[in-house]
Design a protein around this ligand. Structure first.
Ligand code: ZN
Length: 389
């Protein structure tokens, strides 16, 4: 197999504490990465890199593992610019806005949904994201949820069944009937395309008993839970996620001490989605509280047309540092290794031998610039599975 070397990396983040400075980021000064067959074969100081068939000079730029965006909603159609415009012009946010996207998504062809998804994945890739999770949740019929997942499975790394995003409009007077659909016929049609099952556990969406029924039905079909939890208010979502062994509890905006304790001592990652608070003018969660308690934290965009229409992980890092009390090192770790943990992946989110060769070069001397220079497009080169994008 031909080998490729990236040499002269001013500051190389590996997320392998056994390397470099011994910090959780495992930073190697003047580092190099050697790639073989799409995976990392070697990392270390540039001046001791083994000979490779092809060599690229990073010119002293920083390199980081490709971002792992573990939470997005990219199978959709339609436009909600006006809703955002109104909200930011002083009208209060209403969760019913999802229905606008549901109507447009149902009307769109498979080809249109696939093209929109592809465009957003390209946009993410350009910004350094090399692993993406995405969901259904704008179909809300058996047919439309299954085709959303079929479209997602063709392009995204990780796919989640979110038939329980909101109660379908047709079931507004019969939410238990909709839960029966989500745990029955719809699940049967969707399970083959998904690895994960998710539910929006919130007042006005799905309560504790419904969420439990949805997640355990998914588990019985081999899906692993993740939960939209505690976004708009305190509630049972986080503790239910931990109890059921969910990979991740996402949002975690409103947490009691007992919620923080459950996350710190359970196996569930707390995934924070600062783009959502930003775009809805909501109060940010305090990541410091989770980190100090010992919880594992991931950062993700929640990219969706309603409440967080950003695909930028660097933007989320900058907000997490400025508004959520994360250090620049913690924020980068959460956007890479943390996302991988939330997706139970060991092959991404780090640059160590055996990992998929996913990395981003920054027009900056170190990863700290991602927070230090907010809004500046610092990602200059992206490598995915050993190939330059
Ligand atoms: Zn979401």
């Amino acid at each position: 197999m031909p080998t490729t070397a990236l040499l002269n990396i001013g500051s190389l983040v590996t997320n392998d504490p056994a390397q470099g400075d011994g910090s959780p980021l495992g930073v190697i000064r003047n580092g190099a990465v050697v790639i073989e067959d799409g995976t990392v074969a070697w990392t270390g100081p540039s001046d001791s890199a083994p000979a490779a068939d092809t060599a690229h000079d990073a010119g002293g730029r920083a390199a980081i593992p490709g971002f792992v965006d573990s939470h997005s909603h990219l199978v959709f159609a339609g436009d909600r610019t006006e809703e955002f415009h109104a909200r930011m012009s002083g009208r209060p946010y209403r969760a019913g806005g999802i229905r606008t996207t549901v109507a447009a998504t149902r009307e769109a062809s498979d080809e249109a949904l696939a093209a929109n998804l592809a465009a957003h994945l390209r946009e993410m890739r350009r910004q350094g994201t090399t692993t993406v999770e995405t969901k259904s949740g704008y179909g809300l019929t058996t047919h439309d949820e299954a085709r959303a997942l079929r479209v997602a499975a063709e392009q995204a790394d990780e796919v989640t069944y979110l038939g329980a995003h909101i109660v379908a409009p047709e079931y507004a007077d019969d939410p238990d009937g909709y839960t029966a659909l989500v745990t029955g016929e719809m699940l049967d049609a969707c399970a083959p395309y998904a690895r994960w099952v998710d539910v929006f556990c919130e007042q006005g969406a799905f309560g504790e008993d419904q969420a439990r029924a949805i997640l355990t039905a998914g588990q019985a079909r081999g899906l692993t839970p993740r939960v939209h939890a505690n976004q708009l208010s305190h509630g049972p979502g986080v503790q239910l996620a931990v109890e059921l062994g969910a990979a991740s509890a996402d949002h975690c905006t409103h947490l009691t001490d007992a919620d923080v304790d459950a996350l710190a001592h359970g196996g569930t990652v707390a995934t924070l989605l600062p783009g959502c608070e930003f775009s809805t003018r909501a109060v940010y969660p305090d990541a410091r509280r989770l980190l100090d308690a010992g919880a594992r934290v991931a950062l993700s965009t929640d990219c969706n047309p309603g409440s967080s229409f950003t695909s930028s992980m660097p933007f989320c890092i900058a907000i997490a540092v400025r508004e959520m009390n994360m250090t620049p090192d913690e924020a980068l770790w959460s956007a890479t290794a943390g996302g991988a943990l939330a997706l139970r992946r060991t092959d991404v989110g780090r640059l160590a031998p055996g990992a998929r060769a996913d990395l981003a070069l920054l027009d900056a001397p170190s990863h700290v610039h991602l927070a230090y220079r907010p809004g500046v497009p610092l990602v200059t080169d992206v490598w995915h599975a050993g190939a330059r994008v």
